[in-house]
Design a protein around this ligand. Structure first.
Ligand code: BDR
Ligand code: CA
Length: 304
């Protein structure tokens, strides 16, 4: 199995993504690092522990990270994820407290303790922790196998501003630092995540499948139907990160040199073509939506 660290701000779709990753025999989840994003750091950290407790994976360490963006005032989207960050869905409490220390330092130590290229980072929230790692520990950063991150909008409209997506808008400076660093990075923008959509029948099938993870997944997506509008189905943003890492053949990617708008205006966090000769990132632009949904259901139903 591939060694991965999940950096996340759970978050309804983050929780579904974590449950899916824990269901895959092809991932060895070394730990979960948390970041402020959908909601504050205390809640995202608690939620990571709650999701692990439900999956009976209390052996996976949780390390809390950034309490807010690198240099601006934070904002959250608690109206979408609920005041508890998980849409009010019942989860057991974490059996153990988070590991002491800071996410970016734990990331550096863990990368240094493993062979070069052995660890991938699956990033589901604002890129603050990763930007801190890049800034503070270039030696460890060079050891990352690759980063797969949910964020941005290319041709699709944004979900914060007309062109800005939440994970990038929440900390534009962090996103820009990561894109400028020349790392092996695959970005999954809204263009793709909006095409991986769960409808009511999908939720019912997950519930029917009857594993702890599939029932929690059903409850989480059902909660997302309550807190958001959008017709008959809802996009599954963060699970796409796990799906691309496991089944790249479901996605079509293009190499694009990208920069992040770090202005203070409404477009902060939107992506633009980079003009400084930086290394392009691989950007997912197409997806086999039905194949992605089938793989996600499979991951959520694999463990009892
Ligand atoms: C991203 O924003 C968050 O609300 C979701 O968890 C996802 O990571 C989608 O724009
Ligand atoms: Ca997220």
């Amino acid at each position: 199995p591939r060694a991965v660290i999940i950096d996340t701000d759970p978050g309804i779709d983050d929780a579904v993504a974590i449950l899916a990753a824990l269901g895959s025999p092809d991932f060895n989840v070394l730990g979960i690092t948390t970041v402020a994003g959908n909601i504050g750091i205390a809640t995202t950290t608690r939620n990571a522990g709650r999701v692990l407790a439900l999956a009976r994976r209390g052996d996976v360490p949780v390390v809390a990270g950034a309490v807010g963006p690198l240099s601006r005032k934070g904002f959250d989207v608690a109206e979408i994820h609920g005041s508890d960050g998980l849409g009010g869905v019942a989860f057991p409490e974490p059996p153990t407290p988070p590991r002491p220390g800071h996410a970016s330092i734990w990331l550096a130590e863990t990368l240094m303790a493993h062979p070069i290229g052995a660890i991938d980072i699956l990033a589901l929230g604002p890129l603050t922790n990763i930007a801190q790692l890049v800034a503070d520990n270039p030696d460890a950063t060079r050891r990352i196998g690759r980063i797969v991150a949910m964020g941005g909008a290319i041709r699709e409209p944004g979900n914060i501003g007309a062109r800005s997506e939440f994970n990038m808008a929440a900390d534009p400076e962090a996103a820009e630092a990561v894109l400028a660093a020349g790392l092996p990075l695959t970005l999954i923008p809204l263009d793709v995540t909006r095409k991986v959509r769960a409808d009511r029948a999908y939720v019912a099938a997950l519930r029917e499948a009857g594993t702890a993870a599939s029932r929690a997944g059903a409850d989480l997506i059902a909660a997302y139907f309550q807190t958001t509008t959008g017709g008959e189905s809802r996009p599954l943003h963060d699970p796409c990160v796990m799906l691309l890492a496991l089944a790249p053949e479901l996605f079509g990617c293009e190499d694009l040199p990208l920069a992040v708008d770090c202005s203070s205006g409404v477009d902060a966090g939107s992506l633009e073509p980079a003009a400084d000769g930086r290394r392009p990132v691989s950007v997912a632009l197409t997806v086999d939506g039905a194949g992605a949904l089938a793989l996600l259901a499979d991951l959520l139903t694999r463990r009892s």
